[in-house]
Write a protein that binds this ligand. Sequence first.
Ligand code: UDP
Ligand code: MG
Length: 309
Amino acid sequence: MSLLTIICPCYNEEESVRLFYQETIKNESFFAQKGVEMNFLFVDDGSRDGTLAEIKKLREEDERVHFVSFSRNFGKEAAMYAGLEKAKGEYLVIMDVDLQDPPKLLPEMFSYLEQGYDSVATRRVSRKGEPPIRSLFARMFYGLMKKISKTEIMDGARDYRLMTRQVADAVLSMREYNRFTKGIYGWVGFETKWIEYENVERAKGETKWSFWKLFAYSIEGITAFSTAPLSIAAFVGVLFCILAFILILFIIIRKLIFDDPVSGWPSLVCFILMTSGVQFFCTGILGQYLAKTYLEVKRRPMYLTKEEE
Ligand code: UDP
Ligand code: MG
């Protein structure tokens, strides 16, 4: 018998835990036929409601349910890392607890592993039920990433992914503190099968991601997988030098031909404002990378465990 571990990050999800377990365990007989046992690993990401109590209740009923509980909220990235690290299975799957990652896809996903794929990933082809502004920014983010990063990051990719131990170990070997898992999967490579499905709305509770949390996360993605913004400073610098050179020529020629007296301080002010704006912008970009580097060199642990069973 081999083992499939279902890793499930939860943050304030007391209403969803049991529902998720009931829906997912329905695949038990399918996997039993294949000689695969299932177990669960809930990662309680510092929930402040009854999530941990719900998980413990499940554990009393079914000893295949395991959990790790963090000392505080460390974020979904940390929860996924902990899950991959603590899971015992030869096969691992990461799933949201809100049933937005349909458990009924598991058999199909597993069939691709049997065909020899190393990992099976999912992406949403629609974003129905999501605020339009969020979809717009998401699309812009993926469009930008395609241009500025060499690592493939699929539009609409979910964190819902079934993988072999080998892939999980590869992901774990990337010990960066500022994590953007969607990029990490692309970076490690391996044969990946993509499955598409229509967006499913959350079963219970509400989303834990505000617009700004997602925005910050997208900056994480850009700085973690592209250094293109750093070249912007150099590029703009060269552009301004060329512009300045043309202007100097223009002024000299004008002086020689028309003998122009001093004038044009408004244009001067505009130029000063613009160049200092660009300088601040570029310093800001540098600052972003410096901040990430700073956090990285501290080598802080990604999460702290309070309890685990
Ligand atoms: N989650 C987490 N830590 C966080 C935020 C979210 O573990 O700080 C979990 C959450 O419990 C859920 C999954 O990550 O299982 C996806 O979160 P959510 O459904 O709120 O995101 P959305 O589907 O709206 O993008
Ligand atoms: Mg969700």
